[in-house]
Write a protein that binds this ligand. Structure first.
Ligand code: SF4
Length: 390
């Protein structure tokens, strides 16, 4: 995937380097650095890195440290770009954390779609085990990842047992997205002030964003936190007349073109039901039916569950099927209420966030494109009338 020119001068992780020697930090120094930078996880959940580090350190046993480069989301390519273009920074981050925590094991998990060779070459002299793993959408979920590393099927575990106290081989385990580790590696060299000199006071630094869909150049761009949707997608040259973006990937939510001035921050995206997540922005063409697009995503997600919990086994296929029917012309006025009912049945009922994320996408589709839903129920599709496919 192409690396796009950033909207402003914000290339850090994707700058050519060299970055200079990696300092060694004590645990206290590393936790303080994570606190002062305000760094949050870049894998999707956005959890504060300092809190995670402290939890593992306080668990009382020599921990394991796992870099998560699984990237199971089909619309995300930023981990692949990072592990290809700057694998040394990811390994630096792993080394930094592993030394500070006096880790017993240090691993880097690389997803099936990513070429592991640059990371393997960078890891050769550092004692880091790089594992090229298999798996689909949920295989990158942290407990599913640990299962696979232990030779078990890549399905999520009991959510009540925190991996920070009992993770890989029963050890306290820090699982960190590869981008988060790379940010730590740079902050250790240049300091918290440098890290915070870009982005917002309450959401500092940069992130890698993957831009796909109705653009001239799909690709990955590094941009300051707080960049607006309009400025971000300009880097990929959106097609004229785009109608919305899906922020956060298949578990994300839609933002209409009239709101492209929205900044990509937790606070600004919250009214849209979206979050920055793993930095995925998918652009919807003006002539694409949003119901069909979302129904296909929901069907994909229904097929990607680990099929071990009721909401995924029963609820997601039925929800996806109802949305497909609505998208493909079934004039059944009961469908919106049925979709709403199924959403209510799956949320908060799975062993992982997969049902919730799928329900978020479907709910956002029904809410943001309510006029489109009404048109379908009346027997026509606005995108078909505008010349696009129904
Ligand atoms: S909620 Fe779904 S994806 Fe998550 S563990 Fe249960 S069956 Fe698997």
């Amino acid at each position: 995937m192409t690396v796009l020119d950033p909207p402003v001068t914000t290339q850090r992780l994707l700058s050519p380097g060299p970055f200079g020697p990696l300092p060694t930090l004590s645990l206290d120094q590393l936790v303080r650095l994570a606190e002062e930078t305000g760094l949050t996880g870049r894998g999707g959940a956005g959890f504060p890195s300092a809190i995670k580090l402290r939890s593992v350190a306080e668990a009382g046993r020599a921990p394991a440290v796992v870099g998560n480069g699984m990237e199971g989301e089909p619309l995300s390519h930023k981990d692949a770009v990072l592990l290809t273009q700057a694998p040394g920074l990811v390994l630096d981050g792993l080394e930094l954390v592993s030394r500070a925590l006096r880790a017993k094991r240090t691993l880097l998990a690389v997803g099936p779609e990513i070429d592991p060779r640059p990371a393997q070459a960078a890891a050769r002299s550092r004692g880091v085990d790089v594992q090229h793993l298999s798996g689909g959408f949920v295989a990158g979920q942290e407990t599913a990842l640990l299962n696979q590393l232990e030779g078990r099927p890549p399905v999520p575990r009991d959510p009540l047992t925190r991996v920070t106290t009992r993770g890989l081989d029963g050890r306290p385990t820090l699982v960190s997205n590869v981008e988060t580790l790379a940010h730590l590696a740079l902050a250790a060299r240049f300091g918290a002030g440098w890290f915070r000199s870009v982005g917002l006071a309450d959401d500092p630094g940069t992130s890698l964003f993957t831009i796909t869909g109705a653009v001239d150049h799909e690709g990955v761009v590094e941009a300051a936190r707080g960049t607006t949707i309009a400025d971000l997608i300009a880097a990929a040259r959106p097609h004229p007349g785009v109608q919305a973006v899906l922020v956060g990937g298949y578990h994300g939510a839609w933002v209409l073109a009239s709101d492209f001035g929205t900044r990509l921050t937790r606070a600004d995206l919250a009214p849209h039901g979206a979050s920055v997540g793993a930095g995925i922005v998918h652009v919807l063409s003006g002539d694409a039916c949003p119901l069909r697009a979302a129904a296909d995503m929901a069907s994909y997600l229904a097929g990607e569950s680990a099929a071990q919990c009721g909401p995924c086994l029963n609820g997601l296929p039925r929800m996806a099927d109802s949305l497909q029917r609505l998208a493909h012309g079934a004039r059944d006025a009961r469908l919106p209420a049925e979709i709403d009912r199924l959403r209510g049945l799956v949320v908060g009922r799975g062993a992982c966030a997969h049902p919730d994320g799928t329900a978020r996408l479907v709910g956002s589709t029904m809410r943001v494109f309510d006029a489109h839903v009404a048109a379908h129920l009346a027997g026509w599709c606005p995108t078909e009338l505008s010349g696009g496919p129904r």
